[in-house]
Ligand binder design. Structure first.
Ligand code: NAD
Length: 481
């Protein structure tokens, strides 16, 4: 966490040329063969495999990322996703026949998936490899060329990716721009096939407004306040263990981690007892070597102020050190609506706990805090309860009896709703997002078929009444369904 980074910013005056070059690489057509795409995907896998230690080191330097956590959510997850992509890609890219009404059955109506062109990936610092490489592999699979703009707040990892990736994949088709908002602003002056931005909502609006000028489609992967509901029908020991894991993973700097817990009020004492046991098992007397660091002083101070302003009671933790960018895993009880910890996404290792009496009340509390979070978690052994919550809340995704469990499944699309984002990617959803679905009909040319189309052509006499009647009687639908 001390070594100076070697990340060099891309001069803004070079960006137009980079965009032009990556666009020209697309127009060569070299990304079109599916086997070429698969080999690029294998090369990304090899890079992650060969340089595992380099990446662990850069992630540690950027945010003291714990090795197991880096392996699980960065290198390991990406490698599994690449294998899933390689296994399924032929199927996902195969032309799709569509079902059609009888008159068009001989027109071979088919949807062909085509690359969108040159796409832009703007990524954040909290999973600096995954959130650059996951959209990259979806773009490679879709046949696009790509410009990547990693976060300047994780400079060691951005520098490592910029150094290594061009040694493995086609360096003309996949290029980096490094820097901060100046480089993003310059990049956003150009049109793209698609832009995917992952980060906070304020910048998301800037990206979307810039994209609108060129009518460039966007996917926005944002954050929010994701609740973890603990019902009186939950396995409390398991809920405590899984919420602790999900909340303090990467020191709570995870877009879809539980932001706060909402516990059925009769269960609170027992739940806190289980949390106490989990904390003892997980962290012992000293958590400092077992949790990642806060990314920088600005975010540390933000979290420090949230804690200082909260009217809740510290149940665990609260120790912190700015010089080490450390915040102890902290649990706060007696939280009321309006508390500082409920204002914005916490994005740090602090778990406020609120209580509710009934599930309909829990739904109302969630709506007041943040109506459309990225994730939503309910711990209950009663499917009627989890069904109720699934139907009565809106969130990007949801896991029942786990925190973030849905993200383990590579075939589940990932994405938000409303304030937590728009659009999805990952697995098949990634190929669907970054490919254009071109609708194609092949109209028969035989004389017999042409006879069937006769009704649509003009007649010299100008009298079209007969044709009009034919069309109405034979081709216009009747409401029978
Ligand atoms: P960040 O500060 O690294 O910013 C993200 C990107 O935006 C960077 O590449 C940065 O250079 C660029 N940027 C910053 N300021 C800009 C400006 N003024 N104009 C143009 N570009 C600018 O990351 P962050 O926003 O702090 O990331 C954390 C947020 O991201 C949290 O809200 C988190 O929930 C969200 N997030 C979402 C997901 C998801 O998949 N939905 C994943 C991770 C993080």
């Amino acid at each position: 966490m001390t070594a100076a980074s070697t990340l060099a910013s891309t001069p803004t005056e070079n960006i137009a040329k980079i965009v032009g070059d990556v666009g020209a690489a697309f127009r060569t057509g070299k990304t079109l063969p599916i086997e070429w795409r698969k080999e690029q995907l294998r090369q990304v896998f090899r890079m992650l495999d060969v340089h595992e230690k380099d990446f662990q080191e850069s992630l540690f330097l950027d945010m003291g990322k714990i090795k197991l956590e880096a392996q699980l959510f960065e290198m390991g997850m990406l490698k599994n996703d690449i294998i899933h992509m390689l296994t399924e890609l032929d199927n996902w890219l195969a032309p799709e026949a569509v079902s059609v009404p009888e008159p068009y059955q001989h027109w071979s109506p088919t949807v062909h998936k085509q690359p969108k062109g040159t796409c832009l990936i703007i990524s954040p610092w909290n999973f600096p490899i995954t959130l650059t490489v996951l959209p990259l592999i979806a773009n490679i699979a879709s046949g696009n060329t790509v410009i990547m703009k990693p976060s300047e707040l994780a400079p060691h990892t951005a520098a490592k990716l910029t150094e290594l990736l061009p040694k493995y994949v086609d360096p003309e088709c996949f290029q980096f721009v490094n820097g901060d908002k100046d480089q993003v602003t310059e990049l956003l002056k150009h049109p793209y096939g698609h832009i995917i931005y992952t980060g906070n909502g304020q910048i998301g609006s800037i990206v979307m407004a810039a994209a609108a000028k060129h009518l460039t489609p966007v996917t926005l992967e944002l954050g929010g306040k994701s609740p973890a509901i603990v019902s009186d029908k939950a396995n409390l020991a398991l809920a405590a263990k899984r919420i602790t894991w999900g909340k303090f993973f990467n020191a709570g700097q995870v877009c879809m981690c539980p932001d706060y817990a909402l516990v059925q009020e009769d269960m609170l004492p027992k739940f806190l007892e289980e949390l106490k046991k989990t904390f003892a098992d997980t962290y012992g007397d000293d958590a400092s070597g077992k949790i990642s660091r806060i990314i920088n002083n600005r975010h540390w101070n933000r979290l420090d102020t949230l804690l200082a302003n909260s009217k809740g009671k510290i149940f665990f933790g609260g120790n912190r050190s700015e010089s080490e960018l450390y915040i102890e895993p902290t649990v706060i009880t007696d939280i009321c609506l309006g508390d500082s910890l409920l204002s914005d996404e916490i994005f740090g290792p602090i778990l406020p706990i609120l209580t509710y009496k009934t599930l309909p009340e829990a739904v109302q509390i969630i709506a007041k805090i943040s109506e459309e979070p990225l994730g939503l978690y309910i711990f209950t052994e009663d499917t009627a309860e989890s069904d109720f919550i699934r139907k009565n809340t809106r969130s990007g995704g949801m896991a029942i009896n786990d925190a973030m469990g849905h993200v383990a499944v590579p075939s589940l699309a990932f994405g938000g709703i409303g304030g937590s984002g728009m659009g999805t990617y990952r697995g098949r959803a990634g190929v669907d997002t970054f490919s254009h679905r071109k609708s194609v009909a092949t109209v028969p040319t035989t004389e017999e078929f042409e006879g069937l189309l006769e009704w649509r052509y003009a007649v010299p006499s100008g009298d079209r009444e007969e044709k009009y009647r034919f069309m109405k009687d034979n081709l216009e639908g009747k409401l029978t369904v």
